[in-house]
Write a protein that binds this ligand. Sequence first.
Ligand SMILES: NC(=O)c1ccc[n+]([C@@H]2O[C@H](COP(=O)([O-])OP(=O)(O)OC[C@H]3O[C@@H](n4cnc5c(N)ncnc54)[C@H](OP(=O)(O)O)[C@@H]3O)[C@@H](O)[C@H]2O)c1
Length: 281
Amino acid sequence: MTQHPILVTGGTGKVGRRAVALLRDSGVPVRVGSRSATPAFDWSDPTTWDTALAGVRRVLLVPHDGEMLTRPFVRRAEELGVERVVLLSGRGVDVPGYMRENGAAGLTHIDGEDAVRSCGLEWTIVRPGWFAQNFSEGFFRDAVLAGELRLPAGDGAASFVDAEDIAAVAVAALTEDGHAGQTYELSGPTAVTIAEVAALIAKATGRAVRYVPLSVEEFVAELVAQGWPKADADDYADVIGPIRRGMDSHLSDGVVRALGRPPRDFAQFVAEAAAAGAWQD
Ligand SMILES: NC(=O)c1ccc[n+]([C@@H]2O[C@H](COP(=O)([O-])OP(=O)(O)OC[C@H]3O[C@@H](n4cnc5c(N)ncnc54)[C@H](OP(=O)(O)O)[C@@H]3O)[C@@H](O)[C@H]2O)c1
Protein backbone atom coordinates (compact mmCIF):
# COMPACT_ATOMS: atom_id res chain seq x y z
CA MET A 1 0.00 0.00 0.00
CA THR A 2 2.58 2.54 1.11
CA GLN A 3 6.02 2.70 2.60
CA HIS A 4 5.23 6.11 4.01
CA PRO A 5 4.80 5.77 7.78
CA ILE A 6 1.31 6.15 9.20
CA LEU A 7 1.31 8.69 12.03
CA VAL A 8 -0.75 7.72 15.08
CA THR A 9 -1.18 10.63 17.49
CA GLY A 10 -1.99 9.38 20.97
CA GLY A 11 -0.09 6.30 19.83
CA THR A 12 0.66 5.22 23.40
CA GLY A 13 -2.95 5.58 24.58
CA LYS A 14 -5.81 3.10 24.87
CA VAL A 15 -6.84 3.26 21.21
CA GLY A 16 -3.63 4.49 19.58
CA ARG A 17 -1.46 1.80 21.15
CA ARG A 18 -3.75 -0.92 19.82
CA ALA A 19 -3.87 0.67 16.36
CA VAL A 20 -0.05 0.84 16.31
CA ALA A 21 0.14 -2.86 17.20
CA LEU A 22 -2.36 -3.86 14.50
CA LEU A 23 -0.51 -1.82 11.87
CA ARG A 24 2.87 -3.23 12.86
CA ASP A 25 1.45 -6.78 12.81
CA SER A 26 0.44 -6.11 9.19
CA GLY A 27 3.91 -4.86 8.32
CA VAL A 28 2.82 -1.24 7.90
CA PRO A 29 5.43 1.32 8.99
CA VAL A 30 4.11 3.41 11.88
CA ARG A 31 5.21 6.56 13.63
CA VAL A 32 3.97 7.05 17.19
CA GLY A 33 2.97 10.63 17.96
CA SER A 34 3.18 11.30 21.69
CA ARG A 35 5.32 13.19 24.16
CA SER A 36 7.15 10.00 25.08
CA ALA A 37 7.90 9.03 21.45
CA THR A 38 11.24 9.68 19.76
CA PRO A 39 11.17 12.26 18.36
CA ALA A 40 8.64 13.67 20.80
CA PHE A 41 5.34 15.01 19.47
CA ASP A 42 3.61 17.51 21.72
CA TRP A 43 0.24 19.01 20.82
CA SER A 44 1.16 22.05 22.92
CA ASP A 45 4.36 22.67 20.94
CA PRO A 46 3.59 23.16 17.22
CA THR A 47 7.32 23.16 16.46
CA THR A 48 7.15 19.35 16.96
CA TRP A 49 4.35 18.87 14.43
CA ASP A 50 6.37 19.02 11.19
CA THR A 51 8.81 16.34 12.31
CA ALA A 52 5.91 14.04 13.21
CA LEU A 53 4.27 14.67 9.84
CA ALA A 54 7.40 14.45 7.65
CA GLY A 55 6.91 11.88 4.89
CA VAL A 56 3.49 10.85 6.24
CA ARG A 57 0.49 10.30 3.93
CA ARG A 58 -2.03 8.87 6.42
CA VAL A 59 -2.81 9.90 9.99
CA LEU A 60 -4.85 8.43 12.83
CA LEU A 61 -5.68 11.57 14.73
CA VAL A 62 -6.44 11.03 18.42
CA PRO A 63 -7.14 14.62 19.47
CA HIS A 64 -6.03 16.60 22.49
CA ASP A 65 -9.21 17.07 24.53
CA GLY A 66 -9.88 20.54 25.81
CA GLU A 67 -7.85 22.21 23.07
CA MET A 68 -8.83 23.37 19.58
CA LEU A 69 -5.77 21.97 17.82
CA THR A 70 -7.27 19.47 15.38
CA ARG A 71 -8.05 22.19 12.81
CA PRO A 72 -4.55 23.74 12.60
CA PHE A 73 -2.98 20.28 12.72
CA VAL A 74 -5.09 19.01 9.82
CA ARG A 75 -4.31 22.19 7.87
CA ARG A 76 -0.57 21.65 8.41
CA ALA A 77 -0.88 17.97 7.53
CA GLU A 78 -2.51 18.89 4.23
CA GLU A 79 0.27 21.38 3.47
CA LEU A 80 2.89 18.69 4.11
CA GLY A 81 1.34 16.14 1.74
CA VAL A 82 -0.92 14.04 3.97
CA GLU A 83 -3.72 12.46 1.92
CA ARG A 84 -5.96 10.65 4.43
CA VAL A 85 -7.00 11.32 8.02
CA VAL A 86 -8.98 9.10 10.39
CA LEU A 87 -10.31 11.11 13.35
CA LEU A 88 -11.14 9.60 16.74
CA SER A 89 -14.16 11.56 17.94
CA GLY A 90 -16.83 10.66 20.49
CA ARG A 91 -20.47 9.62 20.67
CA GLY A 92 -22.98 12.39 21.20
CA VAL A 93 -21.23 15.25 19.40
CA ASP A 94 -24.27 15.67 17.13
CA VAL A 95 -26.91 14.96 19.81
CA PRO A 96 -28.49 18.06 21.39
CA GLY A 97 -28.44 17.85 25.19
CA TYR A 98 -25.96 14.96 25.30
CA MET A 99 -23.48 17.08 27.23
CA ARG A 100 -23.19 20.69 28.32
CA GLU A 101 -22.33 22.81 25.32
CA ASN A 102 -19.13 24.09 26.93
CA GLY A 103 -17.79 20.64 27.93
CA ALA A 104 -14.08 20.40 27.06
CA ALA A 105 -13.94 17.10 25.15
CA GLY A 106 -17.21 17.82 23.36
CA LEU A 107 -15.97 21.15 22.00
CA THR A 108 -12.73 19.53 20.78
CA HIS A 109 -14.68 16.85 18.93
CA ILE A 110 -17.29 19.19 17.45
CA ASP A 111 -14.62 21.51 16.06
CA GLY A 112 -12.39 18.57 15.07
CA GLU A 113 -15.13 16.84 13.09
CA ASP A 114 -15.93 20.07 11.27
CA ALA A 115 -12.25 20.64 10.50
CA VAL A 116 -11.86 17.14 9.07
CA ARG A 117 -15.08 17.26 7.03
CA SER A 118 -14.16 20.61 5.49
CA CYS A 119 -10.50 19.85 4.70
CA GLY A 120 -9.25 18.58 1.36
CA LEU A 121 -8.14 15.18 2.68
CA GLU A 122 -9.87 11.82 2.45
CA TRP A 123 -11.44 11.44 5.88
CA THR A 124 -13.18 8.94 8.11
CA ILE A 125 -14.64 9.75 11.53
CA VAL A 126 -14.75 7.11 14.27
CA ARG A 127 -17.23 7.95 17.04
CA PRO A 128 -17.05 5.47 19.92
CA GLY A 129 -19.20 5.47 23.01
CA TRP A 130 -17.72 4.69 26.43
CA PHE A 131 -14.58 2.53 26.27
CA ALA A 132 -14.64 -0.79 28.16
CA GLN A 133 -10.97 -0.18 28.97
CA ASN A 134 -11.85 2.81 31.17
CA PHE A 135 -12.33 0.16 33.89
CA SER A 136 -9.03 -1.67 33.29
CA GLU A 137 -6.56 1.05 32.29
CA GLY A 138 -8.48 4.32 32.31
CA PHE A 139 -9.99 6.64 34.85
CA PHE A 140 -12.28 4.05 36.55
CA ARG A 141 -9.49 1.56 37.31
CA ASP A 142 -8.52 3.05 40.66
CA ALA A 143 -12.15 2.94 41.77
CA VAL A 144 -12.36 -0.73 40.79
CA LEU A 145 -9.24 -1.45 42.85
CA ALA A 146 -10.71 0.54 45.76
CA GLY A 147 -13.83 -1.64 45.53
CA GLU A 148 -16.38 1.13 44.93
CA LEU A 149 -17.49 2.72 41.69
CA ARG A 150 -18.90 5.95 43.15
CA LEU A 151 -20.58 7.62 40.18
CA PRO A 152 -23.64 9.75 39.36
CA ALA A 153 -24.88 7.23 36.79
CA GLY A 154 -28.22 6.34 38.40
CA ASP A 155 -29.59 3.10 36.99
CA GLY A 156 -28.36 4.01 33.51
CA ALA A 157 -26.63 1.60 31.20
CA ALA A 158 -23.94 2.12 28.60
CA SER A 159 -23.09 0.04 25.53
CA PHE A 160 -19.35 -0.03 26.33
CA VAL A 161 -17.15 -0.59 23.29
CA ASP A 162 -13.86 -2.47 23.37
CA ALA A 163 -10.82 -0.35 22.41
CA GLU A 164 -9.66 -3.34 20.34
CA ASP A 165 -12.68 -2.79 18.11
CA ILE A 166 -12.11 0.97 17.93
CA ALA A 167 -8.52 0.41 16.86
CA ALA A 168 -9.54 -2.23 14.32
CA VAL A 169 -12.06 0.13 12.72
CA ALA A 170 -9.48 2.94 12.64
CA VAL A 171 -6.89 0.64 11.03
CA ALA A 172 -9.40 -0.54 8.42
CA ALA A 173 -10.13 3.08 7.55
CA LEU A 174 -6.41 3.87 7.38
CA THR A 175 -5.39 0.92 5.23
CA GLU A 176 -8.41 -0.10 3.11
CA ASP A 177 -10.44 1.57 0.41
CA GLY A 178 -14.16 2.18 0.87
CA HIS A 179 -14.20 4.07 4.19
CA ALA A 180 -13.75 7.63 2.92
CA GLY A 181 -16.52 10.01 4.00
CA GLN A 182 -17.91 7.51 6.53
CA THR A 183 -18.79 8.33 10.14
CA TYR A 184 -18.71 5.14 12.17
CA GLU A 185 -20.64 5.20 15.45
CA LEU A 186 -19.27 2.41 17.62
CA SER A 187 -20.67 0.53 20.59
CA GLY A 188 -20.50 -2.91 22.07
CA PRO A 189 -23.25 -5.48 21.43
CA THR A 190 -25.12 -4.94 24.72
CA ALA A 191 -25.69 -2.22 27.30
CA VAL A 192 -24.72 -2.84 30.93
CA THR A 193 -25.40 -0.79 34.05
CA ILE A 194 -22.56 0.24 36.36
CA ALA A 195 -23.93 -2.22 38.94
CA GLU A 196 -23.67 -4.98 36.32
CA VAL A 197 -20.12 -3.87 35.46
CA ALA A 198 -19.15 -4.10 39.13
CA ALA A 199 -20.72 -7.55 39.44
CA LEU A 200 -18.98 -8.85 36.31
CA ILE A 201 -15.56 -7.60 37.44
CA ALA A 202 -16.14 -8.92 40.97
CA LYS A 203 -17.07 -12.36 39.62
CA ALA A 204 -14.10 -12.50 37.22
CA THR A 205 -11.52 -11.32 39.75
CA GLY A 206 -12.83 -12.42 43.12
CA ARG A 207 -12.44 -8.82 44.30
CA ALA A 208 -15.18 -6.99 46.21
CA VAL A 209 -16.45 -4.36 43.76
CA ARG A 210 -19.76 -2.54 44.03
CA TYR A 211 -21.53 0.41 42.48
CA VAL A 212 -22.39 3.31 44.79
CA PRO A 213 -24.80 5.66 43.02
CA LEU A 214 -24.19 9.31 43.90
CA SER A 215 -26.07 12.47 43.08
CA VAL A 216 -24.23 14.92 40.85
CA GLU A 217 -23.80 17.22 43.86
CA GLU A 218 -22.35 14.43 46.03
CA PHE A 219 -20.02 13.35 43.23
CA VAL A 220 -18.68 16.85 42.60
CA ALA A 221 -18.30 17.50 46.34
CA GLU A 222 -16.27 14.27 46.74
CA LEU A 223 -13.93 15.21 43.91
CA VAL A 224 -13.47 18.76 45.19
CA ALA A 225 -12.70 17.35 48.65
CA GLN A 226 -9.99 15.24 46.98
CA GLY A 227 -8.46 18.42 45.54
CA TRP A 228 -10.05 18.54 42.09
CA PRO A 229 -10.71 22.02 40.67
CA LYS A 230 -14.49 22.57 40.69
CA ALA A 231 -14.57 23.12 36.89
CA ASP A 232 -12.87 19.75 36.27
CA ALA A 233 -15.23 18.00 38.70
CA ASP A 234 -18.19 19.55 36.87
CA ASP A 235 -16.75 18.36 33.54
CA TYR A 236 -16.36 14.82 34.89
CA ALA A 237 -19.93 14.80 36.21
CA ASP A 238 -21.04 16.11 32.85
CA VAL A 239 -19.53 13.23 30.89
CA ILE A 240 -21.30 10.70 33.17
CA GLY A 241 -24.63 12.52 32.68
CA PRO A 242 -25.63 10.81 29.40
CA ILE A 243 -25.41 7.38 31.10
CA ARG A 244 -27.77 8.55 33.87
CA ARG A 245 -30.13 10.11 31.33
CA GLY A 246 -30.34 6.91 29.24
CA MET A 247 -28.49 8.46 26.29
CA ASP A 248 -25.65 5.91 26.21
CA SER A 249 -27.55 2.63 26.23
CA HIS A 250 -28.38 2.42 22.52
CA LEU A 251 -26.39 0.19 20.21
CA SER A 252 -24.48 1.50 17.21
CA ASP A 253 -23.64 -0.48 14.08
CA GLY A 254 -20.22 0.96 13.16
CA VAL A 255 -18.19 -2.16 13.95
CA VAL A 256 -20.37 -4.31 11.68
CA ARG A 257 -20.43 -1.65 8.97
CA ALA A 258 -16.67 -1.16 8.97
CA LEU A 259 -15.43 -4.67 9.73
CA GLY A 260 -18.28 -6.99 8.71
CA ARG A 261 -18.30 -8.69 12.12
CA PRO A 262 -20.07 -8.03 15.43
CA PRO A 263 -18.38 -6.03 18.21
CA ARG A 264 -16.70 -7.70 21.16
CA ASP A 265 -18.83 -8.32 24.21
CA PHE A 266 -18.25 -6.52 27.53
CA ALA A 267 -18.21 -9.80 29.47
CA GLN A 268 -15.53 -11.10 27.11
CA PHE A 269 -13.49 -7.93 27.75
CA VAL A 270 -13.80 -8.44 31.52
CA ALA A 271 -12.75 -12.09 31.30
CA GLU A 272 -9.72 -11.30 29.14
CA ALA A 273 -8.66 -8.27 31.20
CA ALA A 274 -8.94 -10.30 34.41
CA ALA A 275 -6.90 -13.14 32.88
CA ALA A 276 -4.25 -10.58 31.83
CA GLY A 277 -4.01 -9.28 35.40
CA ALA A 278 -5.54 -5.86 34.72
CA TRP A 279 -6.97 -5.65 38.24
CA GLN A 280 -4.05 -6.98 40.22
CA ASP A 281 -2.62 -4.41 42.67
N1 LIG B 1 -12.51 7.08 27.27
C1 LIG B 1 -13.68 7.02 26.68
O1 LIG B 1 -14.60 6.35 27.14
C2 LIG B 1 -13.90 7.80 25.40
C3 LIG B 1 -15.12 7.66 24.72
C4 LIG B 1 -15.29 8.32 23.51
C5 LIG B 1 -14.26 9.11 23.00
N2 LIG B 1 -13.10 9.25 23.70
C6 LIG B 1 -12.03 10.08 23.15
O2 LIG B 1 -10.87 9.29 22.93
C7 LIG B 1 -9.73 10.13 23.04
C8 LIG B 1 -8.76 9.52 24.04
O3 LIG B 1 -8.26 8.36 23.48
P1 LIG B 1 -7.51 7.33 24.40
O4 LIG B 1 -8.39 6.97 25.57
O5 LIG B 1 -7.00 6.27 23.52
O6 LIG B 1 -6.31 8.20 24.97
P2 LIG B 1 -5.54 7.98 26.31
O7 LIG B 1 -5.48 6.52 26.64
O8 LIG B 1 -6.07 8.94 27.33
O9 LIG B 1 -4.09 8.43 25.88
C9 LIG B 1 -3.79 9.76 25.58
C10 LIG B 1 -2.71 9.78 24.51
O10 LIG B 1 -2.42 11.15 24.18
C11 LIG B 1 -1.04 11.38 24.38
N3 LIG B 1 -0.91 12.75 24.85
C12 LIG B 1 -1.39 13.29 26.00
N4 LIG B 1 -1.04 14.58 26.07
C13 LIG B 1 -0.35 14.87 24.94
C14 LIG B 1 0.28 16.04 24.43
N5 LIG B 1 0.28 17.20 25.08
N6 LIG B 1 0.90 15.96 23.22
C15 LIG B 1 0.95 14.78 22.54
N7 LIG B 1 0.37 13.66 22.97
C16 LIG B 1 -0.26 13.70 24.16
C17 LIG B 1 -0.57 10.36 25.39
O11 LIG B 1 0.79 10.04 25.21
P3 LIG B 1 1.97 10.73 26.07
O12 LIG B 1 1.49 10.81 27.49
O13 LIG B 1 3.12 9.81 25.84
O14 LIG B 1 2.18 12.08 25.46
C18 LIG B 1 -1.41 9.14 24.98
O15 LIG B 1 -0.82 8.48 23.89
C19 LIG B 1 -10.21 11.49 23.54
O16 LIG B 1 -10.27 12.37 22.46
C20 LIG B 1 -11.58 11.16 24.10
O17 LIG B 1 -12.45 12.28 24.07
C21 LIG B 1 -12.89 8.60 24.88
